[in-house]
Design a protein around this ligand. Structure first.
Ligand code: PEP
Ligand code: MN
Length: 316
């Protein structure tokens, strides 16, 4: 039987294989398909990344208040999202922009998780916050700006949480795979990759969604690959078509920003779907799913790399 990623990492095979492979090439990587042809499935509550389930993560850009988070959480859960997102530590270009609620935001995410039963994903920016974020989050997000913060990536090798690793706006597909490799080689086999748009000469959209990265990544790595159309396009009206295109391109899921009142959002209101727009998108994805051999809801659970979070909740 093929060794699992965990076994390879534990045996220190990562280092040996990486040094055998040519730098910057898929060959020899723990993330590569050569030694691990079957897809890695990562189970988080009832969400299963990397199998037939098309996992939709939804929620506000930032946690702003109890009322904002809980009302948005209730809406996205009702529409069929499998995971709740929300930033407590926000990487903002300007130091004068809203920086997130920090630990208070994490407490609100924990409350939302308990009420909805949805697992939560939130961003980690600083290694000092890792113990707190690890305790409060079901999935730890590493944002575009930290994708090559190698000392932070190494720390994630030691945590018992899946990592959602976003592509940087200036990183190539190979560099993204190298970044994932840092986490795998440090001992954490649960990495989900996320294409979120790259910076190009085009200014009509916030970034350019590199959808071709999806089939390329699916060919090169066994790790699950999802798409964030919200940060890619930057305007809510362009989010649904690109979300549907992501399913067609073979992505394992989506991360979509949703806000109950985008006009008053403290961050990324322009790209946040209103709850009714999100519900319509979910209907359209559900209608498409069978043609792409996908299901939106939870699938019968087979072997997966670990299980965390999720469960009932009063709103379940
Ligand atoms: C986010 O998802 O909250 C975010 C900041 O995205 P990115 O890191 O892709 O810019
Ligand atoms: Mn955002």
């Amino acid at each position: 039987m093929e060794p699992t990623v965990i076994q390879m990492a534990q045996a220190g095979a990562g280092t040996a294989r990486a040094s055998r492979g040519r730098p910057g090439r898929t060959t020899g990587r723990l993330a590569g398909r050569e030694d691990h042809p079957e897809d890695t499935c990562i189970q988080v509550g009832r969400a299963r990344f990397g199998g037939r389930q098309f996992v939709v993560i939804a929620g506000p850009c930032s946690v702003e208040s109890e009322e904002q988070l809980l009302s948005t959480a209730r809406e996205v859960r009702g529409a069929g999202a499998a995971v709740l997102r929300g930033g407590a530590f926000k990487p903002r270009s300007s130091p004068y922009s809203f920086q997130g609620l920090g630990p208070e935001g994490l407490k609100l995410l924990d409350l939302a998780r308990r009420l909805t039963g949805l697992p939560v994903v939130t961003e980690l920016m600083d290694g000092d916050d890792l113990p707190l974020v690890e305790r409060m989050a079901d999935i730890i997000q590493i944002g575009a700006r930290n994708v090559q913060n190698f000392s932070l990536l190494k720390k994630l090798g030691r945590v018992d949480r899946p990592v959602l690793l976003k592509r940087g706006f200036m990183t190539t597909i190979e560099e993204l795979l190298d970044s994932a490799e840092y986490i795998l080689a440090a001992g954490n086999p649960r990495v989900i990759l996320c294409e979120r748009g790259i910076r190009t000469f085009e200014t009509a959209t916030r970034n350019t969604l590199d959808l071709s990265a999806v089939p390329v990544l699916k060919e090169r790595t066994h790790l699950p690959v999802i798409v964030d159309p919200s940060h890619a396009v930057g305007h809510r009206r362009f989010v649904p078509p690109m979300a549907q295109a992501a399913m067609a391109a073979g992505a394992d899921g989506l991360m979509v920003e949703v806000h109950v009142s985008p006009e008053t959002a403290l961050c990324d209101g322009d790209q946040s779907l209103r709850p009714e727009e999100f519900a319509r998108l979910m209907d359209n994805l559900t209608a498409m799913a069978a043609s792409f051999n996908r299901i939106i809801g939870p699938e019968a659970q087979g072997p997966a790399v670990g299980r965390v979070g999720g469960g009932g909740g009063p709103w379940a």
